[in-house]
Design a protein. Structure first.
Length: 217
């Protein structure tokens, strides 16, 4: 059966949501990202990432400069529309428009946005842009197989577990077995409808707590 590639790699554009705004990562986001990275418990969230927690503003700015020196990965800052603060970052990775395949990775959702509708919307905006705007066939999520919270998040978001690449890489001096997950274009319409239902303001009380769970299974 004949298939078509995606239109292009993602461009450096802003993706607007109800609760978040995804902006191309720039130096002016450094202070906000340093603040969430160095708050109590913030550094621990770097455990499974390739980098360690930033030490100071200069360190954070240098990382942003390094990230922007190439095109894959391509990072965005996740901005809370209420506060205007950047509370996290995530990136497009393994960008292969010729195969219609792309990955969300390098995910750092700071404690103020972790396990909230901001995190879910940040994921949703990436998936919607990949499938609906750019025509990708496959949206990937990968993580260290020992990273149980990441694997649980992938399952909650509707990704399908595909298996483990054993001894895939060495990360921070330790072996990493990599767990692979994906969403395919044929699965996306039903998942998109559920994301939009869950993200509706009607699904949250005045304190921002969900009334119903995200039902992707």
């Amino acid at each position: 059966m004949s298939v078509t590639p995606a239109k292009s790699a993602p461009e450096r554009i802003v993706l607007e949501g109800r609760y978040t705004r995804l902006e191309p990562l720039e130096r002016h986001h450094a202070a906000d990202l340093l603040a969430v990275s160095t708050m109590d418990g913030g550094a621990e969230r770097y455990r499974w990432l390739f980098s360690h927690a930033p030490k100071n503003l200069q360190d954070m700015e240098a990382r942003i400069d390094e990230a922007n020196a190439g095109s894959d990965p391509a990072y965005v800052a996740i901005v809370d529309r209420v506060s205007g603060k950047a509370l996290g970052q995530q990136g497009w990775m393994r960008i292969r428009p010729e195969h219609g395949s792309i990955e969300i990775g390098g995910v750092y959702w700071g404690l103020p946005m972790a396990r909230t509708r901001l995190a879910t919307e940040a994921l949703y905006l990436f998936a919607r842009h990949a499938f609906d705007d750019l025509g990708y066939r496959r949206f990937e999520w990968k993580c260290n197989d020992r990273n149980e919270p990441s694997k649980a998040a992938a399952t909650r978001f509707g990704f399908t577990f595909e298996g483990v690449f054993r001894q895939d890489m060495i990360m921070k001096g330790e072996n990493r077995d990599t767990a692979w997950f994906s969403i395919l274009d044929g699965e996306w319409p039903a998942l998109r409808a559920e994301y939009e239902r869950w993200l509706s303001p009607d699904n949250f009380d005045d304190a921002g707590q969900q009334k119903t769970r995200l039902a992707t299974r």
